[in-house]
Ligand binder design. Structure first.
Ligand code: KG4
Ligand code: ZN
Length: 347
């Protein structure tokens, strides 16, 4: 890739974070800012689309202004505006893309539509542009879970995906079953650590060589195990063992270990099919998880290849990853017309 220095403004509003960032080619992230709506959605136990888009409308202007100011720049100095146009919640995506289009039109700057998943796939490279190609990338978040064979900047193919729930969704749903609040991933990790990552309940694993994932069966296995123990009432959908911290820790720990086994199994299989991979990367909100990072780093070590995961603030949704993809799309001349539409289901 050429090293011409460009300033890219990135905007990300695909779900429940209103985010803006400025990335400079050849320098790195100049600013990255976000307003997280977690507190607004917590009472509902998940993201409420209507609440999300209203909050994006309230915050987007402020966040973009602040990102420019934190980068000590102005819109006039920006070379292109990159925006995540999907996949994501339609109402949320519309706010970011309409705002970006209006800015691009008014300032006569080129617009770059960025696929949100592509942004996650390349997020491990934001702070480490020397991650070798080709590599294998597992991205796992609240909206998706997939394996990619990544050949170059912007050149990648999806080689496996989830057939039902995403891994993050499974974390959030299992957390809800055992009475934990949203988002469940970080809480499950905390409880599993207290249990020293013991697999005492041993939920069933899919014993099939595959690159695809399935998490809804795992969630159902947790549910039926809880019902059998008299710890869950299916009629009222209530967790009954709130006074049994040991059981809560055992479920959290066994679930996390099971997810770890599933990830390791799929990655190991992918490495047999794509033996030229020089590294493994792990991205998306679920990649904040230290235990899962360690498990995946171990496979990389066993295969004598390297392992990379983004800094925590680039694992969950953020605009730096959108600006970063924008920077290499700009070098490649991949611009979008102002008529570009949102793609809630992705490409
Ligand atoms: O990438 P992200 O911020 O948003 C989407 O694109 O969906 O991912 C959010 C997901 C949530 O499901 C959350 O529970 C999960 O990432 N997550 C975690 C951890 N931190 C966040 N899952 C497991 N362990 C964590 N430490
Ligand atoms: Zn995401």
């Amino acid at each position: 890739m050429s090293t011409t220095s460009h300033l890219i403004l990135g905007i990300e509003t695909s779900c429940d974070e209103t985010a803006a960032a400025v990335y400079q080619t050849g320098f790195g992230v100049r600013s990255s800012l976000l307003f997280t709506q977690i507190e607004l959605h917590r009472p509902y136990g998940g993201v409420m689309p209507e609440v999300a888009s209203r909050s994006h409308i309230e915050k987007i202007h402020l966040i973009v202004e602040q990102a420019l100011s934190n980068a000590s720049t102005t819109l006039a100095e920006i070379d292109a505006i990159a925006v995540a146009t999907g996949p994501g919640l339609p109402g949320s995506l519309l706010v970011g893309s309409c705002f970006a289009k209006a800015l691009a039109y008014e300032s006569k700057k080129p617009l770059i539509a960025v696929n949100h998943i592509e942004a996650h796939v390349f997020s491990p490279l934001i702070e480490n542009t020397t991650v070798p190609f080709p590599h294998l990338c597992l991205t796992a978040s609240g909206g998706h879970t997939a394996l990619f064979y990544v050949e170059d900047f912007g050149k990648y193919s999806r080689i496996g995906t989830t057939l039902d729930d995403s891994a993050g969704e499974a974390f959030d749903k299992v957390a809800k079953l055992i009475g934990l609040s949203y988002p469940g991933g970080p809480l499950i990790e905390q409880l599993a650590r207290q249990e020293h990552f013991k697999d005492s309940l041993h939920y069933p694993r899919l014993k099939k060589k595959s690159l695809n994932f399935s998490f809804s069966g795992l969630k159902t296995a947790v549910l039926y195990d809880l019902i059998e123990r008299g710890a869950f009432d299916l009629k009222t959908k209530t967790f009954l063992a709130t006074d049994d911290p040991t059981l809560i820790r055992m479920v959290a720990s066994s679930f996390l270990v099971c997810v770890g086994d599933i990830f390791v199994d799929r990655i190991a299989h992918a490495l047999t099919l794509f033996p030229d991979c020089k590294a493994i990367t792990f991205a998306g909100g679920v990649s904040c998880n230290r235990y899962l990072n360690d498990r995946i780093a171990q496979i990389a070590h066993n295969h004598r290849i390297s392992f990379f995961s983004p800094a925590k603030h680039y694992c969950t949704d953020n605009a730096a990853m959108v600006a970063f993809v924008g920077s290499f799309k700009m070098q490649q001349g991949c611009f979008s017309p102002l008529s570009v539409d949102i793609k809630p289901q992705g490409d």
